[in-house]
Design a protein around this ligand. Structure first.
Ligand code: WT7
Length: 652
């Protein structure tokens, strides 16, 4: 059942690796048997103004976890200041690569330190102080990294919202986080196209209940595509930076290890996206340590994580992990397909990228373009490859390994979540052999368990629900503004554990194979969406009576969105209406949430108590008609036959 090839790292890789197999096993054992001792030692990786009173205080069953309480530190200090006393002072901290080929900017640690201090003083000028929320809605330009770090310097809590989200998604995040200030830009470039940023903020603010006092507007595109300029509220960043009395020195605020660091919104199986809250000490230690071991960091590496900083992957592996290790982090504004399908590889060659971290959906999309795009480039500097965001199918894994890595670079398939803050299950490349499609073994301090639907822990080779048994430093500390939701989402279904929402298999070697979400969360091109979110967007259309959304296997996206839509009596279904529905979803959530299939459903399979049977809808969407399970308990079993028939006729 779990049979698979095994790939061991080369002798050379093992020789230079930060960790051997024996060291992994020894350290892992200690991390589980004596977490306080282990993490107390590891925390020395960070620079503390004052040491903690206690390593860990927890009541896991009740979702209460505190790490390094009483310890004082500052994230920007750890990412910048402390490197200025080392040879890294004049090393590239961030190499920024623009959407348009040829446009690049480099910040050394010293320069970035100065920029961050300067921008921290910009925030202070508007009265921002520790604990205040700052919402950042920026394209992938250096200001995004600079402002995020500036927030951490003064103890403000940032909430970065991905540039692809619509004004309505923005508005719900603004109303929830209640930021004192927003940072945005006039517009942004992505794949040769211009995206409106300020305009989206204006629209969001028009609708939001929460009144934001200040909007700082950075300039990226230069043509003022936004419609309004609200005097008193809106400020050009360049004007503030030009004021002669703005200092480039800003002392770092001493934060408690458990002070909030950032909020990042992510979709759940019900309701609106939730604000995942991370705190200072534990999060930074998790990002720092996983970066060092999973990516086998060496001081002369050029590390490139292709994610957007609007997702947790960008937070942990463009910013906090690499910078706290004094690494060189490449930040890319564009997309893999612009100006052509060789862009990733062209950048790898041009900047001598050594470690490359991307998503399966990007690999599959590039795979489809043909290997010729890879072969045009040398890729001889690469030594390690990574994957994140969804299960990687073995075919894509092999393609990546052989064509991009030339059979020379280990592939680390890293499983984690917005909630976990940093990588949880992944090969440590010099210590753990890879099996294509498996995230392999847990990181230090992580105790995964597989439980059955009754919450019983399964031993040995098993398949079931993936839970985590013990707290780890970078775990989320709460849902912003909603402690109940935190407890109910993660700690109720399986008592005594953190429930990930994923299903997993564990094989005879103790390797984990993540099978995907077992709840109503969709994972489309590595982006998380709640089916309920998409459904509520669809039913806002006046012609729609009801909608049910499920995921189905999609060649490139991993999962596509399949929407069953029941229209109101007398409404005529046609392509025009379909187009309207797709636009509506893009407007309400963002383009990434547009369904791939709209299936006009005269009725939906429901139990007699009215609950929609998604299990059946998933099977039909997958084209798996033979195994629909018991449908006799449905209020109207005949709807199933109609759905199957229409699926075969119109959607196969
Ligand atoms: C969900 C979390 C933090 C990573 C970026 C996405 C899926 C993520 C893997 C992997 C199988 C994966 C899971 C998880 N996922 N990485 N290597 N193998 N599945 O973060 O948006 O919070 O989504 O992504 O289903 O629960 P996210």
């Amino acid at each position: 059942m779990f049979e698979s090839k095994k790939y061991a790292p080369s002798e050379e890789f093992v020789r230079n690796s930060n960790l051997t197999k024996d060291q992994y096993e020894e350290m892992y054992k200690k991390s589980i048997s004596d977490p306080e001792g282990f993490w107390g030692e590891q925390a020395e990786r960070l620079t503390w103004f004052k040491k903690w009173d206690k390593v860990l205080e927890h009541d896991f069953a009740n979702a209460k976890v505190e790490w390094f309480k009483g310890g004082k530190l500052n994230v920007a200090y750890n990412c910048l200041d402390r490197h200025l006393q080392t040879p890294a002072k004049n090393k590239a901290a961030i190499i920024w690569v623009g959407d348009k080929p040829g446009e690049t900017r480099t910040y050394t640690y010293q320069q970035l330190h100065r920029e961050v201090s300067l921008h921290a003083n910009v925030l202070k000028r508007f009265g921002i102080k520790r604990g205040d929320r700052v919402l950042i809605y920026l394209p992938m330009i250096p200001e995004l990294a600079i402002f995020a770090l500036a927030c951490t310097r003064i103890g403000a809590v940032h909430s970065v919202v991905f540039g692809g989200f619509s004004p309505e998604s923005l508005q719900s995040r603004i109303d929830d986080a209640k930021p004192s200030l927003i940072v945005t830009s006039d517009a942004g470039f992505r794949g040769g196209r211009i995206i409106d940023m300020k305009k989206n903020i204006d629209e969001a603010l028009q609708r939001s209940e929460h009144k934001v006092q200040h909007v700082i507007v950075a300039e990226r595109v230069g043509n003022e595509t936004y419609t309004v300029w609200n005097e008193g509220r809106d400020h050009h960043l360049r004007d503030i930076l030009n004021s002669p009395d703005l200092s480039d020195e800003c002392p770092p605020e001493e934060m408690d290890a458990e002070d909030p660091l950032f909020i990042l919104y992510t979709s759940g199986s019900t309701g609106k996206p939730k604000g995942v809250l991370h705190t200072t000490g534990g999060y930074l230690l998790g990002a720092n340590m996983t970066f060092n071991y999973v990516f086998d960091h060496k001081p002369d590496d050029t590390f490139w994580c292709t994610a957007d900083i609007g997702w947790v992957t960008g937070h942990s592996y463009i910013l906090y992990g690499p910078l706290s290790n004094g690494a060189t982090s490449l930040m890319f504004e564009g997309v893999p397909s612009y100006p052509d399908a060789g862009r990733f590889w062209q950048i790898c060659d041009k900047f001598g990228v050594t470690v490359f971290y991307t998503a399966p959906t990007a690999i599959r999309a590039l795979m489809r373009e043909g290997v010729k795009w890879v072969e045009k480039h040398r890729l001889n500097t690469l030594r390690l490859l990574g994957s994140v965001g969804e299960p990687i199918n073995p075919e894509a894994w092999e393609w990546y390994y052989h064509n991009v890595g030339k059979g020379r670079c280990p592939v680390v398939d890293t499983w984690w979540q917005t909630e976990t803050g940093s990588i949880m299950i992944s090969p440590l490349p010099g210590a753990i052999d890879a099996k294509p499609g498996s995230a392999t073994k847990p990181f230090f301090g992580i105790e995964p368990v597989i439980v059955d639907n009754d919450g019983k822990e399964l031993e040995g080779a098993a398949s079931g629900n993936l839970c985590i048994k013990q707290p780890w430093p970078s775990m989320m500390r709460g849902v912003y503004g909603d402690p109940e939701r935190f407890f109910n989402t993660y700690f109720v279904q399986f008592k005594g554990y953190y429930f990930t929402g994923d299903g997993a298999n564990r094989d005879e070697d103790g390797y984990y194979w993540i099978t995907g979400r077992v709840d109503d969360v969709l994972n489309v091109s590595g982006h998380r969406l709640g089916s309920a979110e998409v459904e509520s967007a669809l039913v806002e259309h006046q012609s729609v009576a009801e909608a049910a959304v499920v995921g189905y296997p999609h060649d490139i996206k991993g999962q596509g969105i399949y929407a069953y839509v029941t229209v109101k009596n007398g409404v005529h279904t046609n392509d025009e209406l379909k187009k309207e529905l797709l636009e509506l979803v893009a407007e309400k959530i963002g383009k990434i949430a547009r369904p791939d299939v709209i299936h006009w459903a005269p009725g939906l399979p429901k139990t007699r108590s009215g609950k929609i049977m998604r299990r059946i809808l998933r099977k039909i969407a997958e084209g798996e008609f033979s195994n629909l399970g018991d449908i006799s308990t449905l209020a109207d079993p005949s709807v199933v036959a109609t759905l199957v028939e229409d699926k075969q006729k119109y959607h196969s």
